[in-house]
Write a protein that binds this ligand. Sequence first.
Ligand SMILES: [Zn+2]
Ligand SMILES: [Zn+2]
Length: 273
Amino acid sequence: MPAHICTTCGCQYPDTEAPPGGCLICQDTRQYVNPAGQAWTTQTAMRKTYFNAFRDLEPGLMGIGTFPAFAIGQRALVLRSPAGNILWDCISLLDDATITILNALGGLAGIACSHPHFLASVVDWSHAFGSVPVYLHAMDCNFVTRPDPVLTFWQGDRLELTEGVNLIRCGGHFPGSSVLHWAQGSDGQGALLTGDSLQVRPDKGLTFMHSYPNLIPLDPLTVRGIADALAEWPFDTIYGGWWERVIPSGAKQVLADSVTQYIDAVTGSGAGA
Ligand SMILES: [Zn+2]
Ligand SMILES: [Zn+2]
């Protein structure tokens, strides 16, 4: 039986003969139902049209994204640690070439996702690499579209995956929205992998939204909470959820400036204009 994938958000559902009645991700206020009607695809159908491409971003970090762009269009990241490769966030297409390439690099030791939008076909990915654990914050467990024993719901504000690799819950976009802190990244100055928990803007600033496609902002206290959650962590680079959404250096100051700018804007305070 096919596991249906929503063509609007890219999230996959359990194996069933008939597609689901609707997509719980798209029906949420953070997303939208395809105005042309809910549509579905499968891994088999996607493999006829799409392929994955790979790009080294810095030593120890590689991006994997689908071409042509599919659904939300995010790319995943492979972080190469001494304890094994960690996939950060996920994409819908998993083809044979991707499995071959990743196995040649040592496979995957685990998968961690920033929030439910980027779970995509994560259960397929986990199963293809030995049913490795998929870490998602427990506060977002109600948004899992394809339940499976590989889903590992973590709690609290921090989870160390391995030395120098930590998940940090910062909330905001989803209650459990998280980032990955990589101490050795950015030449040892630290890197944050943020998905869209912190979204890198086209001008290389940052923003923080309840819904990006529907342009629904967050309240100032919640945005201040995101900054507070990251205050103790050193980092110079931020890798957002898309190829070009990267702040290559000075990201700590960019976060401070962006939070001030955001709170000034939504409260009508500050010099503004
Ligand atoms: Zn959907
Ligand atoms: Zn999202």
